[in-house]
Write a protein that binds this ligand. Structure first.
Ligand SMILES: CC(C)(COP(=O)(O)OP(=O)(O)OC[C@H]1O[C@@H](n2cnc3c(N)ncnc32)[C@H](O)[C@@H]1OP(=O)(O)O)[C@@H](O)C(=O)NCCC(=O)NCCS
Length: 389
């Protein structure tokens, strides 16, 4: 029995948008997106500039500490990251025991949790401790990902090579071969492009967890869990399936025409924030052209480019342009990564952004506590179980 009470009696009439669209959570100096202009900025620097001139090491320092490092600061930063790369044997043992069919993102999440269990200082919620754990996880995420990939493929994990850059070492730990210069460069730029992206769902998840003064391991586990979702980290897989289905540039026109007629969403296009060209897609498009050529997969790039040239004139007026996922899949596919590894690579890039935003929020922390509009019943009579049938 219910009263059917009107919800607005209790909360007042509340205007809200689902998914917290447009809600402001905090002030930040870390990053800025102007979706109308197609800008993405890290600490004041345009992303195109960073992707062209910077490295993952430099950009992660920039995002965490607020400015590009001097030569001496970069050397000290590298001297912290490199020794933090190896992962302990007990962690590799756990990764080996996971079911083969476990999603690699679930394995990443588990790995961070295990590291947290073994850290006796994990729960000290001060900024210095947060930074200590953050730096460790920025360094280790690539090693964890490499180990997860190799164990999945029935291969032995490869220990990090301290002589290689973060990106080159990541590829080395995945493939067992020191990468060529172009592949290392493209992976480096790709990680830079993924470092931060405003209050995206996974970064916000990490911040919400940390705002209860829980430990950073828990926050990053949550960040990984959120990124795992197919409408967050996994759209590039759909792009690859589309490109393989289309098969060749001369098949693109008929495919796109049908997709538009049927009002289907074309993977890798459109974005909640960008209503102009996603600047990350521009950079990745150029790298895709070079890397697909290197690996003999030019047709993939040409098919993607043709689709772009057909979709933009048709849908650009509605603000539909390629997003970051449109070309990233062609790069990973050419390099030989399985679809399931695409989102873990995203996480290797995104971890500095999550750490930086948690660290920025912590000194003036306030627990996140939004409300929901209650539209349910009130004063429902309790019926004893014997009488409920
Ligand atoms: C990213 C995405 C979820 C953003 O969604 P959103 O902000 O809620 O936008 P909407 O779904 O409301 O779309 C607005 C309009 O653009 C159209 N549209 C959006 N994305 C489209 C796409 N990829 N292809 C064709 N049309 C698209 C919608 O059909 C809608 O048209 P309508 O107004 O005529 O109904 C959506 O663009 C999408 O699903 N893209 C494909 C998946 C993808 O690439 N995701 C990765 C994002 S980084």
């Amino acid at each position: 029995m219910t009263t059917g009470a009107e919800p607005q009696k209790f909360l007042g009439r509340v205007e809200f948008k689902r998914g917290l669209e447009g809600a402001i959570t905090n002030e930040t100096r870390i990053g800025y997106i102007d979706g109308e202009k197609g800008w993405l900025v890290y600490r004041g620097h345009n992303i195109e500039d960073l992707a062209e001139h910077s490295t993952f090491e430099e950009t992660s320092y920039l995002i965490v500490y607020g400015r590009l490092p001097t030569r001496a600061e970069l050397a000290r930063w590298t001297d912290r990251l490199v020794p933090a790369r190896p992962i302990p044997g007990y962690l590799i043992d756990v990764l080996r025991k996971l079911p083969k069919e476990a999603h690699p993102m679930s394995a990443l999440r588990t790995a961070v949790s295990i590291l947290g269990c073994h850290d006796p200082l994990a729960d000290r919620a001060d900024i210095a401790n947060c930074e200590r754990i953050g730096v460790d996880l920025i360094a280790k995420m690539a090693t964890i990902t490499g180990a997860v990939m190799r164990i999945r493929n029935g291969e032995e994990p490869i220990p990090p090579d301290p002589k290689l850059s973060h990106a080159a070492n990541f590829l080395y730990m995945c493939t067992g071969k020191a990468p060529d210069v172009l592949s290392a460069r493209v992976m480096d730029a790709n990680l830079v492009l993924h470092v931060d992206h405003g209050m995206n769902a996974s970064t916000f998840t990490a911040m919400v967890i940390a705002s209860s003064l829980s430990d950073l391991y828990s926050a990053i586990c949550g960040g990984i869990g959120s990124l795992k979702g197919p409408i967050h980290g996994g759209a590039n897989e759909e792009v690859m399936k589309m490109l393989l289905e289309v098969g060749a540039p001369d098949k693109a026109e008929a495919w796109v025409r049908t997709a538009i007629q049927e009002k289907r969403k074309i993977p890798g296009f459109g974005h909640r924030v960008y209503k102009a060209y996603d600047p990350r897609a521009k950079v990745l498009g150029k790298f895709s052209q070079r890397i697909t050529k290197l690996y003999g997969q030019e047709r993939l790039y040409q098919t993607a480019k043709t689709i772009e040239e057909l979709v933009v004139p048709a849908l650009g007026g509605k603000g539909i342009f390629p997003n970051v996922d449109f070309y990233s899949g062609t790069i990973y596919y050419s390099m030989g990564f399985d679809y399931a590894m695409y989102t873990p690579i995203f996480m290797v890039g995104r971890i500095p952004g999550q750490v930086a935003r948690v660290m920025e929020y912590l000194p003036d922390n306030r627990i996140f506590r939004p409300r929901a509009v209650y539209v349910g019943d009130l004063n429902v009579t309790y019926v004893p179980i014997e009488q409920r049938g």
